[in-house]
Design a protein around this ligand. Structure first.
Ligand SMILES: [Fe+2]
Length: 493
């Protein structure tokens, strides 16, 4: 292994930091590395695993103005490049405009999600406004560039997916929606080579949607009018349609009018899914109503005769309540605890002929953070890989593989104190038939909190229950985070 230190940062966090999401598996990293040919602890890097695994993490350098939330942390991207039976690792802080301003000032400048935006010292970003666009939520690769994004909307920071060399805020050749920015979870259609994005705001029409082609040109955009400000986090698409959402969990409009951003579940309102042609306009949207809930993520969607099948993770309890013995972090922890929110893989069927929706729970386990074979996105598919979490915590302690055809699930539980990342499917580089949907690997980064170290682990996608087939040592323990992505070598250029 050839490990070079690229840069060291200083932390402005308190030395005796007691925040539960800046300690343990969430301790921020301060060193950027380039480590070529990672040491193999077990097994071997498969020769037919080619491409890049990317993981975005929240990695704060500065304390919050008042109250830190893990989703406020500065983005740090970790990448493992698999080629020729070897793996190279790199990690880099994402050079956001907000972080540059704070580094220059030597202090925090922006209010986070739990704080009053009026505290911000600069105009800031985000649908909520006044926030630091930390670019720490999501990462995808489109048109050969990795794009990191922030869940509250902002820039898409581009970098080379292999070297992580920064390429600046994405402009899409002048078409980037500078006014609202874009949300996390822009979706890549690998077959059409398009990126579908959305943006949301407190201003009417409240939702916008657009399409970027393989030449990085915005070839379509439209406004989608909603009844008010909403908090959409994801988007789904099929071969011909895009599915937007209007969940009845949003900032209480009365409080919002007073500048207070308090998300509330309006359980007398339905969930609404809006279906429009991929090149359609706001006027083309057909709305479908389902039981009230909130969902962060969709696994996939596809067309099936007259129906659109939409698989995702509705929350049984999207608004957990305060309890008598709550401590200072209790509500924060509850809102990011899958076991408090109670998320189950669920299928909605939207009937384009009758306008009716049916809902079916596909699995009783509590899980979230789904990934699938990228070539099946928007098309009929069979397998979902998802993460289970440690009760009470936003930490992934296990991996599931759902076979939706046979209605069977395989599972793997990581040993105590070892937490994984979102774990995408990586197709075998010489797989000739993508109908062999699980012909490949599942890749993750794990943090071992007992030994204070991290590994890259590779699973055989057909037998995830067997545990990792290869384990590679990373130079340092890495911080936990949210989303990951695998880009096959054939999509790197
Ligand atoms: Fe997300």
């Amino acid at each position: 292994m050839d490990t070079r230190i690229i840069k060291r940062y200083s932390s402005h966090l308190p030395a005796d930091d007691d925040h539960p999401y800046r300690r343990g598996a969430w301790t921020p990293n301060l060193v950027e590395y380039t480590a070529l040919d990672l040491e193999v602890l077990e097994g071997a890097v498969p020769q037919d695993l080619r491409g890049v695994y990317l993981r975005n993490t929240e990695n704060p350098l500065f304390p919050a103005l008042e109250r830190y939330h893990p989703f406020d942390g500065d983005g740090m991207l970790h990448a493992v490049h698999f080629h020729d039976g070897k793996a190279d690792y790199r990690n880099r802080l994402i050079p956001t405009r907000g972080l540059a301003l704070e580094l220059e000032a030597g202090e925090p400048l922006f209010a986070g999600i739990l704080e009053n935006p009026a505290l911000s010292q600069r105009p800031g970003w985000g649908a909520r406004q006044g926030m630091k666009d930390a670019s720490s939520t999501d990462v995808v690769v489109h048109a050969g560039r990795a794009l990191t994004t922030f869940y509250q909307c902002g820039d898409a920071y581009a970098c080379d997916p292999v070297t992580l060399e920064p390429l600046g805020a994405e402009t899409w050749k002048g078409g980037f929606p500078e006014d609202w920015g874009i949300s996390a979870h822009a979706k890549v259609d690998e077959l059409a080579r398009e990126l579908l994005f959305f943006s949301y705001s407190k201003q009417a029409p409240y939702l916008k949607y657009g399409v970027v082609n393989a030449q990085r040109e915005v070839v379509h955009r439209t406004d989608i009018e909603l009844p008010g400000a909403r908090l959409p986090h994801d988007l789904a698409f099929t071969e011909h349609y895009v599915v937007v959402n209007d969940f009845p969990l949003f900032w209480d409009p009365k409080l919002l009018a007073q500048g207070v951003h308090h998300p509330r579940l309006f359980s007398d309102l339905p969930t609404r899914f809006g279906v429009l042609p991929r090149r359609g306009t706001g006027g083309d949207v057909r709305w479908f109503e389902a039981a009230p809930t909130y969902a962060l993520h969709f696994a996939n969607a596809y067309e099936d005769g007259d129906e659109i099948v939409l698989d995702g993770y509705p929350q049984e309890d999207p608004a957990p309540r305060r309890q008598a013995n709550d401590g200072p972090y209790s509500m924060l922890m509850r809102y990011i605890d899958l076991h408090a929110l109670r998320t189950h893989l669920t299928r909605w069927r939207l009937n384009l002929k009758t306008g009716k929706v049916t809902t079916e729970r596909l699995d009783e386990r509590i899980a979230e953070f789904p990934t699938i074979h990228g070539r099946h996105a928007g098309r009929p598919y069979r397998y979902v890989y998802a993460m289970t979490s440690k009760p009470g915590w936003f930490l992934f302690n296990g991996l599931l593989k759902h076979d939706l055809e046979r209605r069977e699930t395989q599972s793997y539980e990581f040993p105590d104190g070892i937490y994984a990342s979102e774990s995408p499917f990586a197709p075998r580089s010489n797989a000739t038939d993508s109908r062999q949907e699980d012909d490949g690997y599942v890749v993750t980064l794990v943090t071992d909190t007992q030994c204070d170290r991290s590994e890259c682990q590779i699973f055989d996608a057909r037998e995830i229950a067997r545990g990792p087939v290869a384990r590679l040592r990373l130079p340092e323990r890495i911080s936990s985070g949210t989303h990951s992505y695998f880009v096959p070598a054939w999509d790197l250029s």
